[in-house]
Structure formats: structure tokens, C-alpha cells
Design a protein around this ligand. Structure first.
Ligand code: NAD
Length: 390
């Protein structure tokens, strides 16, 4: 593209958490600019947020419907190119669908929708319109996660046998939804959050990470969900046994009552010849454990000699020389950069490279919603194994 891509936002005002992270990520490479938004449920907060972000007052809209309708009427050289959806879960589907149908690409937060039906409908709209939808499963943006994926794909570990993925948080150890925490309040409300609190909010990240790194698909599961904080309506803790399509077995733990934990995402994958371990709290490290060999530590940004050379997917998503820490903001920016490169390539009639196409899509969103629905069904069932229905 000979110009920046123009971004609109629904949600992400001064009253929000993740919207600001999206902006940092989107702006990091200088290829995206924010031109419009309906930034908050509260019009005054939306207006203030826009002013602080230097968004022109006539591009601040009352709601997403007005924004999409009016932006679609602007000349091509002015209107937004894509909409970022950073509202609570129940407000993902409608703005995303409307944006796609009006010719805009979409960046959308997880869980993609609140039901599997909505997710499938969104996939049908993406296919019909030919537009690009990017789902922000943050952890798949890290260079060392991409290195892990490449090593599994290249057969470094042999056939994969076991996957252990964990996402413990402690921030819902108290009844925060009744103590004025707005983010906790909508997450704990089934109408706004979906069928499951813990699995929608963070279980989808863990399930995506397991499938992304291994390249395998979950085929069956056995789930145990709990509500461990008295007075809470939805679940806040869950353990799931997994079976994958190559015969591998897995364990997924997602918990928001793991008191004292921050965002302790961790994945371990074991094959016939060795294993890999990656953790969000030490994201520039990939620990490689091969049978009968000393443990190895791969680090982001190094120009190792063969056979330790980092994959093109890891290096494409690395920004600074080894030893300077990269973290969540850069991982998030990698997702935006790959999305923006793909969206631009499509506009120019060019084929995106495999590295540019490496970001979560509507298909991952459908699998995420199927994961939530199947976990909830399994928890309610007396049968040991629930088939992963789509
Ligand atoms: P939040 O409660 O902090 O912010 C929600 C924002 O949406 C607020 O600005 C609110 O005013 C706005 N909003 C609500 N209704 C609106 C409407 N009708 N029109 C316009 N704006 C409206 O929530 P959050 O923590 O930022 O989460 C938002 C989404 O991001 C959720 O789906 C969540 O699951 C997801 N999320 C993802 C990650 C990640 O790692 N990828 C991290 C945090 C949150």
C-alpha cells in the first residue's frame, strides 16, 4: 500500500482495558492510523477519548451502526479500511457482520462471538464478502511460540504424544463483579459473556495455543467446570482432558481463581524424541528438552548456526536484536502487522506470503466457540468423552 491503512474502533474508550493495547499494537509499525470510532457505551467518554486520540470530531459516532453507515458513504480515499471490535463479547458479532457486509475488513477480540451459531454465521459472511477477519489470540503472536510451531511442524520432536496447556489467573478470586469492577461485571453476566466465563475469557486462548503450536485438532474432550467463588453465576475454574486427531492426549487448565497468579500461560508439548516448553511470563525463551541430551534454551532474536537456525516465522515476528526483551505489545503488534500486510496484499491483487498470512482467522474463532460449547456440554454430561462437534 502507498498509504497507511485506516482503522475505526468500536469500544476501546478511556473506560476500557484492551482497546489501548490494540492501538499501541496497530501503530507500532507506522502502517495504520486511527480515523474514527464509537469508543464507549457512554457518549461523553467516547467524545473525550476521541479528542485525546486526535480523532476528528465529525468521525466520532453515536454507535457502530452510524459509524459503519456513514463511513461507507465517504469517498474511498477517506473512509476507514477496517474496524477493530473491542467491546464486551455480546457486542462482537453484530458490528463485525455489519462491517464485513459494508466492505470493511475486521479485527475482532476473542471469544469471537457468544454462540457457535453466530461464529458460523460470521464465517459465512467472511466467505461471501471475501473480506479479511483477524482474531486477536495474542499468544500466537510471540516469536518463540512461532519457533515452537515450526519445530513441531519440521518433526524435531517426532510424533506428538502429549500437550499440557495452562492459563491460570487470580484476578477473579473475589466477587469483583459486585465490587464496581466493570470488566468483571460483564464477564460474569451470561447474557454478555456467553455460556462459560473462564472458558470464553481465557480457555479459548489456551485451546487456540495448543492447536496452533501442535498443528493438531481437538477431537474429543472431558471437562470439569466449577464456580468456586460463592455468589458468582458463571464458572471461574475448569480442567479439560483432550484427545487430538493424531492420537495425542492433552490436559487444559483455565482458572481465574488461582489466587496470586497474573497471566501464567504455559504450554508443554512432548513428542517421541523430545519436548518444548514456552511460558508467557518468560516469552523470549523456548526451552527444548530432547531425550538423552542436555536441555537447550532458544532465545528470541539470535542468529544461531544450523541446525539451530530460528524459523522464518520467528524472525519475521522479531523486532529487535537479541537481549532486548520483547513482550505482549510486540506479540499483539505482530498480529496487526500480518493482518495489515494480508489486507493490503489483497487490495493490491498480490498473494500474501506464508508469514503474512500467519494470524488467527475466522476459522479459529469458530473452533474457539465450538470449544466453549463442547466443554459446557461435556461438563453437563455423565458420559466420559464428548465429541468435538462443530
Ligand atoms: P472493558 O470492559 O474494559 O471495555 C469495554 C469497552 O467497550 C468500553 O470502552 C465500553 O464503554 C465499550 N462498549 C460497551 N458497549 C459499547 C457499545 N454499545 N458501543 C461502543 N462501545 C461499547 O473490556 P475489555 O477488557 O477491554 O475487553 C473487551 C474485549 O476484549 C472482550 O471481548 C475481551 O474478551 C477481549 N480481551 C482480549 C484480550 C486478549 O488477550 N486478546 C485481553 C483482554 C480482553
Amino acid at each position: 500500500m502507498k498509504r497507511k491503512l485506516r482503522m475505526g474502533m468500536v469500544g476501546g474508550g478511556k473506560d476500557a482495558f484492551i482497546g489501548a493495547v490494540h492501538r499501541i499494537a496497530a501503530f507500532m509499525d507506522g502502517k495504520i492510523e486511527l480515523v474514527c470510532g464509537a469508543f464507549s457505551i457512554n457518549p461523553e467518554i467516547s467524545r473525550q477519548s476521541a479528542a485525546e486520540l486526535f480523532v476528528a470530531p465529525d468521525r466520532v459516532y453515536a454507535d457502530y451502526e452510524e459509524m459503519i453507515t456513514k463511513e461507507a458513504q465517504l469517498p474511498e480515499g477517506e473512509r476507514m479500511d477496517f474496524l477493530t471490535v473491542v467491546t464486551p463479547n455480546f457486542l462482537h458479532f453484530a458490528p463485525a457482520k455489519m462491517a464485513l457486509e459494508n466492505g470493511f475488513d475486521v479485527v475482532i477480540e476473542k471469544p469471537m462471538t457468544v454462540t457457535l451459531e453466530e461464529a458460523k454465521e460470521l464465517k459465512a459472511v467472511v466467505e461471501k464478502t471475501g473480506r479479511t477477519l483477524c482474531l486477536t489470540h495474542t499468544y500466537s503472536g510471540y516469536p518463540m511460540v512461532k519457533q515452537a510451531k515450526a519445530m513441531v511442524k519440521e518433526g524435531h520432536l517426532g510424533k506428538i504424544r502429549k500437550i499440557v496447556v495452562e492459563y491460570p489467573q487470580g484476578w477473579l478470586s473475589r466477587l469483583s463483579e459486585r465490587e464496581g469492577n466493570a470488566g468483571a461485571a460483564w464477564r460474569a453476566d451470561p447474557k454478555k459473556s456467553g455460556l462459560s466465563l473462564v472458558m470464553g475469557d481465557i480457555g479459548t486462548h489456551a485451546a487456540h495455543l495448543a492447536e496452533y503450536v501442535s498443528g493438531l485438532k481437538i477431537t474429543e474432550l472431558c471437562a470439569d467446570l466449577s464456580t468456586l467463588v460463592e455468589g458468582r453465576v458463571l464458572d471461574d475454574d475448569g480442567s479439560v482432558l483432550l484427545r487430538f486427531d493424531n492420537g495425542a492426549k492433552g490436559v487444559l487448565m483455565a482458572s481465574q481463581i488461582s489466587a496470586g497468579e497474573e497471566n501464567a500461560v504455559r504450554i508443554r508439548i512432548y513428542g517421541e524424541k523430545g519436548g518444548l516448553e514456552w511460558a508467557n511470563e518468560d516469552p523470549n525463551n523456548l526451552i527444548v528438552k530432547m531425550l538423552d541430551q542436555p536441555r537447550q534454551l532458544y532465545r528470541t532474536g539470535n542468529a544461531y548456526n544450523a541446525p539451530y537456525t530460528l524459523s522464518s516465522f520467528a524472525t519475521h515476528n522479531t523486532r529487535i536484536p537479541a537481549g532486548h526483551p520483547e513482550g505482549l505489545l510486540e506479540a499483539f503488534a505482530n498480529i496487526y502487522r500480518n493482518f495489515a500486510a494480508t489486507a493490503s496484499a489483497k487490495r493490491e491483487g498480490r498473494e500474501p506470503s506464508p508469514e503474512e498470512l500467519d494470524f488467527p482467522t475466522v476459522d479459529d474463532g469458530v473452533r474457539g466457540m465450538a470449544f466453549v460449547q463442547n466443554v459446557v456440554a461435556s461438563n453437563a454430561s455423565n458420559e466420559k468423552w464428548t465429541k468435538f462437534e462443530m
